[in-house]
Each structure stands twice: as C-alpha cells, then as structure tokens.
Design a protein around this ligand. Structure first.
Ligand code: HEM
Length: 332
C-alpha cells in the first residue's frame, strides 16, 4: 500500500522535492542502516525489490574507451580494450509495477567487468541533478513523507514544512515536472550526477561528471502518450530495438570551471563547460523477461582507484553502504 502511495506521489510529480534536506544539524551523517530504514519507513519493508528503481530490465553489452578516455583516466576500464558490461535499465519508482509513463527518472546502471575480475559500477539517471544535496536531507525528506498510520497518507503539513525549509530538494522534481518522459530507454541521456576525480595519464587529477548520450538522439513521449501508453512498454520496446541493431551511448565527461560546486548534486554545471567523449557503450542483449544477471547485484563499487575516485560530494559517500544494506535486505 505504502509502496503504491509512494509511486503515485512520484508519478504525479505533485509533491515537489521527493528527497529532501534536513533543517536539523547533525554531527555525523546518517548510517547506511538509517538511510535504508528511512526508505522502508515510506515504502514498507524491503522484500525482493530495490527501494529505488524497483522496476527494471537486465541487459548486456560492452564498453570501449576512446583515446581521449585513455588520456583522461588511468583506470583499466579506459585502456581502450573492449570491456564486458552487465546493464540494468530502470524506472525510478519504489514500486516494481510502477508506470513507464510517469515523470520520474529512468535509470541506466552499468557493471564493467574487467578480464582481471575487477569491477566498476555506476547507476545513472535521466535527470542532470539529484533530489537531495546531502544524505541528511535524503533521510529527513523521506521521514517527512512517512505515511500516517491513521490515514495511510503522508502528513501534508509535515511535507509542506519540509519542502519550504529545504528548497534545494525541489529542484529535481521541478526539472522532471517540466520534462516529458523518455520515449525509450534508448533515447534519453543518463547523467552520473555526482562529481568524481579522474586521474589522467599525465598524472593530473581532474574533477568531472559524466553523461551517457544516446546515439539515437533524445526522444520523449508526447503529453498524450503519457496518458495513452501502456504502463509497461519500455522493456519490449528495447528488446525490439536491440533485435534490429545494438543500442549505443557515448560516455561524455564534463569538467567544472573554477567556482562550480563539485559537492552539490542538486546543481548542474552550465552546458558550456569543456567536455570530452571518453568511450562508447554498446547494448547488444536484453533479457527476454523479468530477472537476469543484473537482478541479484547492486551497483555499489562506485570507484576504480587510481583512475576514478570519489569527490567531496557527501551523497556519493553515502551510496555504497546504503546500496549494500539494501542488497542484503532484498536478498534475505
Ligand atoms: C545519498 C545518496 C543516495 C542514496 C542513499 C541512494 C540510495 C539508493 C538505494 C538504497 C538503492 C537500491 C540499491 C539496491 O538495492 O541495489 C539505490 C538505487 C539506485 N540509485 Fe541511488 N542513492 C543515492 C544517490 C543516487 C544518485 C546521485 C543517483 C544518480 C546518479 C542514484 C541512482 C540510482 C539508481 C539508478 C539506482 C538503481 C540501481 C539499479 O539499477 O540497481 N542514486 N539508491
């Protein structure tokens, strides 16, 4: 019930600022357990599906870095050889039956599997910004939306007070409300959102964010299609598309100018910042039905030292632990 409620909130885009920020100061960031408990407070206990991007389809393919990628990162993934990938396309709701037509994010998660056995993971979304500037804000925003046991609904005053006190938490929902959803998992950019540090072959370390840009171009549903398309069309559309030809994305790095904030994922850097195409992802297979190789894994190995390491963004630091706790609860 709560899970459906949460999805409805997301889909309508009515509640701006899904993932919010705390007004109370805390010395320590929330623990991974506290973060996942906050998701459960809204969605109910995690059983088998992810509390975020619960709906998804497994796929597979490969990634090859460009010479520019090899120059900009010494990580093995960027050595120019073809790297096998496990892929998961998702829909950013807490309900595995949530609609593909909602004004929520779509996800592109990738596990790069090196021949050495090393892996590098990323989980990207179809919005350039995240819904929360800090993990504290994420937890407080979720807890403000706990359903009241008496009504089964969140307390509107608590939500309104939270949103009013935490305007940064409204930015992603505003972007999503103003942007029609993708027509296909193959026709939207997917942003990594968090900044990382890239160590180049020249020894220099550069902050960067990335985006996967679709070779097919960006195509969105029409307003009418958001009302008339079936609740589940993305998986079959992708299967049919990949059966005709591989689906491809360019991985593009964006570099900040002095003064651009590398710590706050609710603020996108301006489009005119320098960019470099560092690789191409090719999707060659889509699972024929539910489940597959991506299901029992969590995309939590987010750095690949020394070539790609964490920035100072606090939300980035919260991710790995929370993903691991979530994984352990959904595989119990
Ligand atoms: C404070 C920061 C964050 C927290 C605590 C958080 C938490 C979570 C959790 C608990 C899951 C479920 C993991 C699992 O069960 O395998 C998840 C999945 C996901 N998150 Fe985050 N997240 C954060 C930031 C972000 C950001 C910035 C992005 C966007 C780039 C993002 C994109 C995703 C995606 C795409 C998935 C689905 C992964 C999959 O396909 O398995 N998250 N997140």
């Amino acid at each position: 019930m709560a899970r459906h409620l949460f999805t409805a909130m997301l889909t309508a885009g009515a509640l701006v600022g899904l993932l919010g920020s705390s007004s109370g100061a805390r010395a320590e960031p929330p623990s991974s357990e506290e973060i996942v408990n906050a998701f459960e407070a809204v969605l109910g206990p995690i059983r088998t599906s992810r509390p975020s991007h619960a709906k998804g389809t497994c796929a597979a393919g490969h990634f090859t870095a460009t010479p520019e990628g090899t120059r900009l990162s010494v990580a093995p993934v960027f050595n120019g050889q073809r790297v096998a990938t496990v892929i998961r396309f998702g829909v950013g709701v807490g309900n595995p039956a949530g609609p593909d037509t909602g004004r929520t994010t779509r996800g592109l998660s990738i596990r790069f599997e090196m021949p050495s056995g090393d892996t590098w993971d990323m989980a990207n979304i179809s919005a350039p910004i995240f819904g929360s500037p800090t993990p504290e804000a994420l937890v407080a925003g979720l807890l403000a939306r706990r359903p009241d046991p008496a009504t089964g609904q969140p307390n509107p005053q608590a939500v309104a007070a939270f949103v009013a006190a935490n305007p940064a938490t409204t930015l992603q929902a505003r972007w999503l409300a103003a942007t029609l959803p993708p027509a296909s998992w193959a026709t939207t950019p997917y942003w990594g959102v968090n900044a990382f540090r890239f160590q180049g072959a020249d020894g220099e370390v550069r902050h960067a964010r990335w985006v996967f840009e679709p070779a097919a171009g960006t195509q969105r549903l029409t307003e009418e299609e958001t009302r008339t398309k079936p609740a589940s069309f993305l998986a079959d559309e992708l299967r049919q598309r990949v059966a005709r030809a591989p689906v491809e994305f360019d991985m593009v790095l964006q570099f900040p100018a002095p003064g651009d904030d590398v710590t706050n994922p609710t603020i996108a850097w301006p489009d005119d910042r320098p960019r470099a195409v560092v690789g191409r992802l090719v999707v060659t297979e889509v699972a024929p039905g539910p489940g597959g190789a991506c299901d029992p894994i969590s995309f939590l190995q987010l750095d690949m030292a020394p070539g790609v390491t964490y920035s100072e963004d606090p939300t980035l630091h919260a991710r790995t632990g929370a993903y691991a706790v979530s994984l352990s609860r959904r595989l119990q």
